[in-house]
Design a binder for this molecule. Sequence first.
Ligand code: SF4
Length: 76
Amino acid sequence: MSATWRKYAACRGIDPEVFYPVSDDEVEDAKAVCDACAVREACLEYALANREREGIWGGTTERERRRIHRQRRKSA
Ligand code: SF4
């Protein structure tokens, strides 16, 4: 796994539980961190490539990533 981007992750040092939210408010808290993250794109692509099912990755929820997969399949 190439994870150079992880070095620059804005979530480093933050409680990982923040990125496994159980409420919409918590989703927004996690997304706010991702919004300010320099490696958001790399993180999202990693999650998409690895079919990460749970948690917030690259500012997206599991449902949002499923939508991206569907859109990419359609346009492929
Ligand atoms: S996009 Fe979000 S989850 Fe991904 S590395 Fe950055 S802060 Fe962490």
